[in-house]
Design a protein around this ligand. Structure first.
Ligand SMILES: [Mg+2]
Length: 191
């Protein structure tokens, strides 16, 4: 199979590069004493729709993950950083996120990436979930890895090849290509 050119692929951040789901579960456990939920319970991207957790708590935790990702202890997904270092040897690292502010997550990326790889990043914080396609096309990309099914379906309709990063909240019957982890992203792009 032909490998994907590393210059043509971009990445969402939360749920793809950053293990935001696990951080959410850990924070509600450690700081709100809610220990009854697991990652598999998050069956909807709209967390409030699938968890029996007070909406105020959910909003507070997500606000912290957005505003101070380093302080919350948000971790990269397994193998994400080493694979991104490999990508950075070949091309820019392009991240397009719905996060409202780029700076906190840029600091987070800077913390985990080697300086030479961090220099290769292009980061767009859109502040909205929709309309990712235009940013992706502006960046000259043809492939995009995202965990939000609606986003991936929209990309597919608009001429971008989405790769759905498998998560408990995006598993309901779609025909789009998926990736399970960063080893499979690596395998799609490198020998
Ligand atoms: Mg995401």
């Amino acid at each position: 199979m032909t490998k994907i050119n590393p210059a043509l692929i971009g990445f969402d951040i939360d749920g793809v590069v950053a293990d935001t789901g696990s951080a959410f579960i850990r924070i509600v456990n450690e700081e709100y004493g809610i220990n009854s939920i697991t990652l598999d319970d998050i069956t909807s991207f709209e967390v409030v729709d699938c968890l029996d957790v007070d909406q105020g708590i959910i909003e507070e935790v997500f606000a912290r993950l957005l505003d101070e990702p380093l302080a919350t202890g948000l971790q990269p997904m397994k193998d994400a950083i080493s694979v991104l270092h490999r990508f950075a040897e070949e091309a820019h690292l392009t991240f397009i996120t719905a996060r409202p502010h780029g700076e906190p997550i840029a600091r987070w990326l800077k913390h985990f990436l080697q300086p030479a790889a961090f220099e290769k990043i292009r980061l767009v914080a859109m502040g909205a979930h929709d309309n990712k396609t235009s940013y992706i096309k502006d960046m000259g990309l043809k492939y995009f890895v995202d965990d939000r099914l609606q986003t991936c379906q929209m990309l597919a309709r608009e001429g971008i090849k989405p790769l759905v990063y498998n998560q408990p909240w995006n598993k309901n019957g779609h025909g789009l290509p998926t990736v399970n982890d960063w080893r499979s992203i690596h395998a799609l792009c490198f020998d």
